[in-house]
Design a protein around this ligand. Structure first.
Ligand SMILES: Cc1cc2nc3c(=O)[nH]c(=O)nc-3n(C[C@H](O)[C@H](O)[C@H](O)COP(=O)(O)OP(=O)(O)OC[C@H]3O[C@@H](n4cnc5c(N)ncnc54)[C@H](O)[C@@H]3O)c2cc1C
Length: 304
């Protein structure tokens, strides 16, 4: 690992290499122990060099965006974390209805950019607190919209390091799923196709959805959004509420009373507490309704 870190310095400047990076500072749940090393690439060339160095040294890697859908274990992550953030977040507009957005760009930034060009179609995404890369991987969606509705192509890096442009149909988008999960692809950028719209109406819709989120979701606490996927024919939050679990706590991890679909961190929650609480919720809902909840939040790293 020491050799690997030393060689990383030949690729990236000091400020974009973090040793023993506390993942609680890189996740919206605000939990997670140290990653051995975390890097933030700003070009495909850098990424290619980082990945080939990791391969040479047999260092495993994990890609993250804003960490808004992650539960990282208290033991942290062994190996390399590649974080796509503000260093890789450009937006290019073709002057008409197409935006090309890099993986590290926040959804809110892209949605606001679209609004300023009078482009409609991305309003649903303005309040999803993640990056475009994470949103494509998850086929993130809200209020009737999903990434698959606006994606034209996705540029990915394949596990062998080749770069490929994939059409929407090749992406295998489904509920909170894309081909990136099946083949462990790294999302580099995406071309979105929107429509011309009325800027006032676009802004009004974004404000309306933002207001709905503030009213219904416990945004005042750290969380990873909806903790469980929506089971077919049900709503996870409703099942959890009906199982009498509103406010249920394990240490500082709690089922939100405002929205039972959210697990929140009341302050000092550990990943273990959140994990235990999630298992309790799954078991109790299963006992009451016979429905097995499946986590939407991704569990990463070492749970001690
Ligand atoms: C308050 C709150 C509200 C939320 N509301 C919604 C909502 O309405 N709808 C919704 O769908 N989600 C919602 N979420 C969950 C989350 O914001 C989305 O899943 C988001 O798309 C995750 O993006 P991210 O950049 O944070 O990804 P991360 O959490 O960093 O990663 C998520 C997954 O994507 C992978 N990944 C990230 N970047 C890349 C990349 N460049 N290439 C390959 N894989 C990558 C990671 O390995 C991981 O598997 C909410 C979360 C919070 C905290």
């Amino acid at each position: 690992m020491q050799d690997f870190i030393q060689e990383l310095h030949t690729i990236l400047p000091e400020e974009r290499i973090k040793i023993q990076a506390m993942m609680k500072e890189h996740t919206t749940f605000r939990v997670g122990g140290p990653a051995d090393v975390l890097v933030s690439p700003q070009s495909v060339e850098e990424l290619t060099r980082i990945l080939s160095l990791a391969k040479e040294n047999q260092i495993p890697y994990y890609v993250i965006g804003h960490g808004s859908n992650l539960l990282v274990g208290d033991g942290g992550i062994r190996g390399l974390v590649i974080e796509f953030g503000k260093e890789y977040a450009g937006i290019t507009w073709d002057g008409n209805i197409s935006l090309t957005v890099q993986a590290g760009c926040m959804m809110s930034t892209a949605a606001n950019f679209a609004y300023k060009q009078g482009l409609t179609g991305m309003e649903f995404a303005a309040g999803i607190p993640g990056t475009l890369g994470g949103a494509i991987r998850m086929n993130a969606g809200a209020y009737g919209g999903e990434m698959k509705d606006i994606v034209k192509t996705v540029t990915v890096m394949l596990p062998d390091g080749d770069v490929k442009v994939m059409d929407r149909d090749e992406m295998h988008f489904a509920y909170r799923h894309s081909i990136a999960d099946e083949q462990d692809l790294i999302i580099l950028e995406t071309e979105l196709v929107l429509e011309h719209g009325d800027p006032e109406a676009i802004q009004a819709r974004m404000q309306e959805l933002g207001q709905a989120r503030r009213e219904k979701q416990p945004l005042e606490y750290p969380s990873a959004g909806s903790t469980f996927k929506r089971p077919e024919g049900y709503f996870a939050g409703k099942l959890i509420m009906e199982a009498g679990l509103a406010g249920y706590r394990v240490g500082d991890a709690q089922v939100s009373e405002k929205h039972c679909g959210f697990v929140i961190n009341r302050g000092e929650a550990t990943a273990k507490e959140i994990d235990t609480l999630m298992q309790d919720v799954i078991r109790k809902v299963q006992e009451k309704d016979g429905v097995t909840l499946e986590p939407e939040v991704r569990r990463v790293g070492e749970f001690v």
